[in-house]
Design a protein around this ligand. Structure first.
Ligand SMILES: *[C@@H]1O[C@H](CO)[C@@H](O)[C@H](O)[C@H]1NC(C)=O
Ligand SMILES: *[C@@H]1O[C@H](CO)[C@@H](O)[C@H](O)[C@H]1NC(C)=O
Ligand SMILES: *[C@@H]1O[C@H](CO)[C@@H](O)[C@H](O)[C@H]1NC(C)=O
Ligand SMILES: *[C@@H]1O[C@H](CO)[C@@H](O)[C@H](O)[C@H]1NC(C)=O
Length: 439
C-alpha cells in the first residue's frame, strides 16, 4: 500500500540491468478525460463522538464522507484513542487489508501477479508469510521511531486486533506497488507566489483501502514532535500523505521505471512510510527534512516531495538506497523532451520514466502557469492527467488549506476515481488548534 507506490521495481530493476534496456512506463491518460466540475465541499467537520484523548468528526457528506480523528497524549494513548473511537472500523480495515494481502501473495506464488519483490517471495516460499513479514520487521527495526510500536500497542489493546498483525500490515507499504504524481509550484507559477503542492496517490482501487478513508490529526505530548495530519486510512499509522502545523507537507511516487542513476536498492533501512511520518511529525524546516532524507538508511526507489509553506519552497527528491538528489525547477531530471523544465514548478507524472503521463501533466501545468491554484488543479490538472485514483491531496500551505478526495467505496455511487470525485476543503488553522476533549 502504501502506496506505495513502491516496489516491484526491485524486480524490474534487476531485469532491466540484465537486459541492458531502459524501460519506460507505457500508460497515458485518456485523451477524452473530462475536467472535474464538482463544487468543492467547504462544510465544517461534524462531531461524531469523543473519548479520553480522542475526538471523532466526519467531513464531507453522502458518498464523500471522510473520518477526521483527533488524538492527544503519549504514543500509546493516541493509539488507544484511535482504537477506542473506531474499534469496528479498525478491525474491519485491518482484517480486510490482511486478507487482501494474503490473496496477493497467493497470486504471486502461482505467477498471476508479479509485483512483489523476489527476495520477499523467496522468504514466503521458505518460511511462510508471517515469518517473511517478521524478517522484514527485523530488517527495519533499527530505523523505526520510538513512538511507533507503543502507538500500535495502544491501537491493538483498544481495537482487539492482534498487535503482531498490525505491525506486519505496516510492512506492506514497503512491499507493494503503485504509481503516483506530484508537483510543487511557487513564485511565477502561482497567483501570489506562494507554494501549492500536489500529492496524487495512484494505487490499488480494487483493494479495501478506498472503504476506510481517514485523516488522523495527532496532537503529540511535548517532546514527541508537533501537531500533524496523517491522510490515509483507519488503523494505518505510517504516512504516505500528510501535512503539519509547521506548514510542511509530503508527496511520494513509487518508481517502477528508474534510470541507472538510482543504483541498487536495499532491503535494510527505514520503511519510507515511517520516514515520511518522521518528516511531518518532527521537521520544522525544509533543511531538517532534507538532512533527514540525506542521512537516512534508504531502501527502495522513490521520488519524494517536501514542501514548506513558511518559506514557500519545495524540493523534489530522487530517492534510493544509493542516492538522495534534490531538485528545484531548473535542475529537474530526468531530462527529456516529455519532461520539459517549467519555470518555478517541480513535477513528475506517475513515475521517473513515464512519458505518457509526464507530458500531459507538463501541458496542463504550462496552461495554468501563473494561475496554478488548488481549484484549477482539481478542475483541470489531476482530472485531465487522470492521476490520484485512490486519493488526492492538494496542499495550499501558506493559506493553511487542505483539499482531499478519495476513490469510490464499495457501497458508494458516482465516479470511481478520487480525481473525478468531490474534493473536501479543510481549514488547517482550525484543524491544528482543536482542543482536547474536556472529559
Ligand atoms: C492463483 O491464485 C489465485 C488466488 O488464490 C486464484 O484465484 C487463481 O485461480 C490461481 N491461479 C492459478 C493459475 O492457479
Ligand atoms: C520558489 O522555490 C524556489 C526553489 O525552492 C526558491 O528558490 C524560491 O525562492 C521560491 N520563491 C519564492 C517566492 O519563495
Ligand atoms: C485563474 O483561474 C481562475 C479559475 O479558473 C479564473 O477565473 C481566472 O480568470 C484566472 N486568472 C488569470 C489571471 O488567468
Ligand atoms: C481558517 O480558520 C481561521 C480561524 O478560524 C480563520 O481566521 C481563517 O480565515 C480561515 N481560513 C479560511 C480560508 O477560511
Amino acid at each position: 500500500m502504501a502506496s506505495s507506490c513502491v516496489v516491484s521495481w526491485c524486480l524490474v530493476v534487476l531485469l532491466c540491468a540484465r537486459l541492458g534496456l531502459a524501460a519506460e512506463c507505457h500508460g497515458k491518460p485518456s485523451p477524452d478525460a473530462k475536467p472535474n466540475l464538482n463544487p468543492v465541499d467547504t462544510g465544517k467537520p461534524k462531531v461524531v463522538s469523543s473519548t479520553t484523548n480522542g475526538k471523532l468528526f466526519t467531513i464531507g457528506q453522502g458518498d464523500d464522507l471522510v473520518y477526521l480523528l483527533h488524538v492527544w497524549g503519549s504514543p500509546y494513548e493516541m493509539g488507544y484513542a484511535h482504537g477506542s473511537l473506531l474499534k469496528e472500523r479498525a478491525q474491519d480495515m485491518l482484517n480486510s487489508v490482511w486478507s487482501y494481502f494474503e490473496l496477493q501473495v497467493e497470486q504471486a506464488m502461482n505467477g498471476t501477479v508479479d509485483f512483489l519483490p523476489e527476495w520477499f517471495m523467496k522468504d514466503v516460499a521458505n518460511f511462510g508469510l508471517d515469518v517473511a513479514l517478521d524478517l522484514e520487521i527485523l530488517a527495519t527495526e533499527p530505523y523505526t521511531g520510538d513512538y511507533f510500536l507503543p502507538e500500535i500497542k495502544g491501537l491493538a489493546d483498544a481495537s482487539g486486533v492482534n498487535y503482531k498483525k498490525i505491525q506486519r500490515i505496516h510492512m506492506i507499504g514497503e512491499l507493494t506497488k503503485g504509481a503516483c504524481s506530484m508537483f510543487g509550484a511557487n513564485s511565477s507559477a502561482t497567483p501570489d507566489g506562494t507554494l501549492l503542492q500536489l500529492r496524487a496517490l495512484d494505487w490499488d482501487v480494487d483493494g479495501p483501502f478506498k472503504n476506510f478513508p481517514q485523516i488522523t490529526v495527532y496532537h503529540p505530548q511535548q517532546g514527541n514532535g508537533h501537531a500533524f495530519a496523517n491522510i490515509g486510512w483507519t488503523g494505518w499509522i505510517g504516512s504516505i500523505t500528510g501535512v503539519s502545523s509547521q506548514k510542511m507537507a509530503i508527496s511520494e511516487i513509487g518508481v517502477s521505471f528508474p534510470d541507472d542513476t538510482f543504483g541498487q536498492e536495499s532491503r535494510f533501512g527505514v520503511p519510507f512510510t515511517y520516514l515520511l511520518r518522521d518528516i511531518i511529525q518532527f521537521d520544522s524546516s525544509l533543511q531538517s527534512a532534507m538532512q533527514r532524507i540525506s542521512s537516512a538508511h534508504r531502501t527502495c526507489d522513490l521520488i519524494l516531495g517536501v514542501g514548506d509553506g513558511k518559506e514557500n519552497e519545495f524540493r523534489g527528491v530522487e530517492y534510493s538506497a544509493a542516492v538522495a538528489d534534490f531538485f528545484v525547477w531548473d535542475n529537474l531530471r530526468p531530462e527529456a523532451t516529455w519532461h520539459p523544465k517549467i519555470r518555478d514548478i517541480v513535477y513528475w507524472g506517475m513515475d521517473w520514466l513515464c512519458p505518457g503521463y509526464s507530458e500531459v501533466l507538463a501541458k496542463q501545468l504550462d496552461l495554468y502557469h501563473g494561475n496554478v491554484t488548488a481549484l484549477n488543479t482539481i478542475r483541470d490538472i489531476v482530472s485531465i492527467v487522470q492521476t490520484g485514483d485512490l486519493h488526492v491531496a492538494v496542499y495550499d500551505l501558506s493559506h493553511e488549506l487542505l483539499y482531499v478526495a478519495n476513490a469510490r467505496g464499495d457501497s458508494e455511487q458516482g465516479p470511481v476515481y478520487a480525481y473525478d470525485r468531490t474534493f473536501l476543503q479543510l481549514n488547517l488553522t482550525e484543524v491544528f488548534s482543536e482542543l482536547p476533549p474536556s472529559l
